[in-house]
Design a protein around this ligand. Structure first.
Ligand code: ZN
Length: 670
C-alpha cells in the first residue's frame, strides 16, 4: 500500500531437471523494456502503456489510521477497540407449528470513545416478511413479531420516522430496528436491552435456516442481534437483504432452548445440563468423547425407535442449557430424528481437546462419517491456521435450503449422499469456524474475506486428505476454472464490491469464492509457501476476535512479502481486468535466448517462463510484475547452457491467463 516506486524484486531461479519453488529473491536485474508507439493524439497526451494505480482505501479507513485504531502495517493500532455484547436468551420451539418464541437480555458494552445516542438490532427473520427489501426470492413467513423492547428497565414505545429523533423509542425498519434510549449510551458505559419476540421458522422457501417436515430444525439468525459499531465505519446500519450474511461483535452467551422430550438439541458452545436432559449413560459417553479418537454413539437409531433419545420429562418438555464464551453468534439445531455421534479432536490450544459432534438422520448413511470428517477438519485447520480455541464443533444435518451454512462451533449441512461431497462441504464450513468466526470480518460487505479464504483453506485441506489419489486435480484447479468461466463470459463483479450489490449471481459467487480463492494460491506461489503461510497465520492470530478490513490484510501481506503489492490488489481485487500473456518471439543469442513476452490485456502478473533445453534440463525464469510498468511488451535475456527446445509461460497454471493458446513457443523443426 505504499507507493509503487517500491522495487519489485526480480526472480531468476535456474533449476536443472526439476522445477523448484519460486521465491521473491532479491536479485534486481536491468529490464530491457520496449516501448510501444504513442498514438498521434497530441504530444504526451495518450499512452497505451498500462499504469499501476495505487490502492486508495476509503476515507473512513484513513481516519482510523490517523486515530490510531489501525496502523499502517495492517495491525490493530494502539487505540483499537471493539464493542462487546453479551446475551442471555430463553427460547421455546413448538415443532408442530414451527413457532419460536424468545426473550432475551442483551448487555452492550460501549468500548468506543464516543457516546451512542442510537443503537440497533438486526431482525434477520424479517427478510421473510412481506414488503421488506431483499435480494433473494423467499417464501413469506410473516417475519419477526417483536412484542417488547426495554432499555435499562424502561419499556420503549414504537416511534415513527417523524418522532424517532425527537422522542426516542424504537423504529422498525425492515430487517433492522433502531433504538434511542432516553439517555445516550456513554463511552465506557453499558446498556441493557430486553426484547421479546417470535416468528415461524421458514420451510422450503427459506435460506440459512429452516425445517424439514417439522422434524429437523436448523435455527440461525433467529434472535434480535446488536448491530456492530466499529472503529472504521461506525454503526453498520445496513439492512440484511439476503446475499450478505453477517457482521457481528463478540460476547458471551447463555441460551436455554426448550423443546419436547425425545428431541435432541445441539448448539454453539457447551451443553451445561446434560444430566437433566440425557440418561446417565448418555451423559457419561458425552463427557468421555473429547478425549477419544474413536466415535461414541449418544443417540442411535434404536434410541429413536425405542423412545430413549432423552430422559423422560415430567411436563413433556426439556430445557437444554448452553454457554458460549467469546463468540460472535449462537445457532442451534433440534430434531426428533437425530442420531448423535461424538468424538474428540486435538487442537493444540490452551483449552485442550475439543468435542466433535455429528447429528443426522440415521437413514442417510454418508452422515455416519460426519463426526470423523469434522474431527479431521478441526485438526487440519488447528495445525495450518491457528489452534481451535473453542470447546466444541458440531456438524448438523438439515433441510435442503440450508445448503451448507456456518455459525460459531456449529454448521448446518443438507443431505449429501456422496462422501467426498459431504467431506468437502464439511471442511469448507468448518474452515469458517476460523474465518469469519474467530477472525471477525465484515462479511456482509467483503464476502471474499471469509468465502475466498475458506475456498483456499478447503483446497489445501482436500489436497492433504486425498494426496494418495493421483487422478485428482489439485484443489486450486477448481477455483481457477470457476474464475475463468466468469472472466470469459464477461460477467465478473469486482471482488471489492459490496456483496449485496452485485448485479448477477454467478459474478457475485465468483467474486466471493473462486476468484479470491484462486488469488490466494497465486499469492502463495509468488511469495513462497513458507513466507505466505507464516503471514497468513500471523493475520489470523493478530485479528482473532477483532474486525480486520481489506486494507489491513493487504498491508500485512505486503509487509511479509517485503514489497508493494498495489498492482496485485488493484488489478485483481478492485478491477475485472483479465490477463493474457503471450510469447511473441524467442531468438538465440550468445549464452542463452532473448524472449519477448506481450501483455495483451489489462491485468498485471509476473511472467513465469519455463524453458526446456535439448539436454532435458529445465530453466525457470521469473520476471516481476514491475516489468509491465509503462509497457505492453518486454524482451529479456535468459541465460541457457545449451539449445532451448521450448519456452512456456506458466505451464502449471498459477496465474489466471485467459488465453493459454499463445503461451508456448517451440523451436521450429524440433
Ligand atoms: Zn462458505
Amino acid at each position: 500500500m505504499s507507493n509503487l516506486d517500491a522495487v519489485l524484486m526480480n526472480i531468476r531461479t535456474v533449476v536443472a531437471g526439476v522445477v523448484g519453488a519460486l521465491l521473491f529473491l532479491s536479485v534486481p536485474t536491468t529490464v530491457e523494456a520496449q516501448e510501444t508507439a504513442v498514438p498521434a493524439l497530441g504530444d504526451g497526451l495518450v499512452s497505451e502503456a498500462p499504469v499501476f494505480p495505487v490502492v486508495q482505501p476509503p476515507g473512513a479507513y484513513v481516519r482510523a489510521l490517523e486515530a490510531g485504531t489501525r496502523s499502517a502495517d495492517g495491525r490493530p493500532g494502539p487505540n483499537y477497540w471493539t464493542q462487546r455484547v453479551d446475551y442471555s436468551i430463553d427460547v421455546e420451539l413448538d415443532p408442530a407449528s414451527a413457532h419460536i418464541a424468545g426473550t432475551e437480555t442483551i448487555t452492550i458494552h460501549n468500548n468506543s470513545p464516543v457516546a451512542m445516542p442510537t443503537v440497533a438490532l438486526r431482525l434477520y427473520q424479517n427478510v421473510f416478511a412481506e414488503g421488506v427489501e431483499r435480494n433473494r426470492t423467499v417464501q413469506l413467513t410473516g417475519g419477526m413479531e417483536v412484542s417488547r423492547i426495554a432499555a435499562n428497565g424502561t419499556e420503549l414505545s414504537e416511534a415513527t420516522r417523524q418522532t424517532f429523533n425527537r422522542d426516542g423509542g424504537f423504529l422498525m425498519l425492515g430487517t433492522l430496528v433502531a433504538i434511542r434510549p432516553s439517555e445516550p449510551l456513554a463511552a465506557g458505559d453499558q446498556l441493557e436491552l430486553e426484547v421479546d419476540w417470535s416468528f415461524v421458522v421458514s420451510g422450503g422457501g427459506g435460506f440459512r435456516n429452516g425445517h424439514l417436515d417439522n422434524e429437523v430444525f436448523n435455527i440461525a439468525q433467529w434472535y434480535p442481534q446488536v448491530v456492530v459499531h466499529d472503529d472504521v465505519f461506525g454503526l453498520d446500519f445496513e439492512p440484511y437483504l439476503g446475499d450478505g450474511e453477517f457482521y457481528v461483535d463478540y460476547g458471551d452467551f447463555e441460551v436455554n432452548v426448550t423443546v419436547p422430550e425425545q428431541w435432541v438439541v445441539v448448539g454453539t458452545g457447551t451443553l451445561i445440563n446434560p444430566g437433566e436432559v440425557l440418561r446417565p449413560e448418555q451423559s457419561a459417553l458425552l463427557a468421555s468423547a473429547p478425549a477419544l479418537d474413536t466415535l461414541v454413539h449418544i443417540v442411535t437409531a434404536a434410541d429413536i425407535a425405542d423412545g430413549t433419545v432423552t430422559r423422560a420429562a415430567g411436563d413433556g418438555l426439556h430445557t437444554w442449557r448452553f454457554e458460549a464464551d467469546n463468540v460472535r453468534d449462537f445457532a442451534w439445531a433440534a430434531s426428533s430424528k437425530y442420531a448423535w455421534d461424538a468424538t474428540g479432536a486435538e487442537t493444540g490450544s490452551e483449552r485442550g481437546r475439543a468435542l466433535i459432534q455429528g447429528v443426522y438422520d440415521p437413514e442417510v448413511t454418508t452422515w455416519a462419517q460426519s463426526a470423523p470428517m469434522g474431527k479431521k477438519a478441526i485438526e487440519f485447520f488447528s495445525d495450518y491456521l491457528y489452534p481451535y480455541p473453542y470447546p466444541s464443533a458440531t456438524v448438523a444435518y438439515g433441510p435442503p435450503q440450508v445448503g451448507g451454512m456456518e455459525y460459531p462451533m456449529i454448521t448446518f449441512i443438507n443431505r449429501r449422499d456422496n462422501p467426498r461431497s459431504l467431506n468437502g462441504v464439511t471442511t469448507h464450513e468448518l474452515s469458517h469456524f476460523w474465518v469469519p468466526m474467530i477472525v471477525g470480518t465484515k462479511e456482509n460487505a467483503y464476502a471474499w474475506m471469509d468465502e475466498g479464504f475458506t475456498t483456499f483453506n478447503t483446497a489445501l485441506a482436500m489436497d492433504d486428505y486425498y494426496a494418495a489419489d493421483e487422478e485428482r486435480r489439485p484443489g486450486r484447479a477448481g477455483s481457477m476454472a470457476g474464475y475463468l468461466r466468469a472472466a470469459q463470459a464477461e460477467v465478473e463483479v469486482p471482488i471489492m464490491w459490496h456483496t449485496d450489490f452485485a448485479p448477477n449471481g454467478f459474478g457475485r459467487g465468483v467474486a466471493a469464492y473462486s476468484k479470491p480463492g484462486m488469488l490466494m494460491h497465486t499469492l502463495r506461489h509468488m511469495m513462497g509457501e513458507d513466507a505466505f503461510d507464516a503471514a497468513y497465520r500471523d493475520y489470523i492470530e493478530t485479528w482473532a476476535y477483532k474486525h480486520p478490513m481489506p486494507w489491513d490484510f493487504f498491508a500485512m501481506m505486503e509487509e511479509a512479502a517485503g514489497t508493494d503489492l498495489d498492482w496485485f490488489w488493484q488489478s485483481w481485487y478492485y478491477e475485472t481486468v483479465t490477463l493474457d500473456q503471450a510469447v511473441e518471439a524467442v531468438s538465440d543469442v550468445e549464452g542463452g535466448v532473448e524472449v519477448t513476452v506481450s501483455n495483451n490485456r489489462g491485468g498485471v502478473m509476473p511472467v513465469e517462463l519455463h524453458l526446456e533445453l535439448e539436454s532435458g534440463a529445465t530453466i525457470v525464469d521469473v520476471w516481476p510484475a514491475a516489468v509491465w510498468a509503462g509497457t505492453r511488451e518486454v524482451t529479456q535475456f535468459v541465460p541457457a547452457d545449451g539449445q532451448v527446445r521450448n519456452v512456456s509461460i506458466d505451464p502449471d497454471s498459477w496465474y489466471p491467463d485467459i488465453d493459454r493458446t499463445n503461451n508456448d513457443w517451440e523451436r521450429p523443426g524440433a
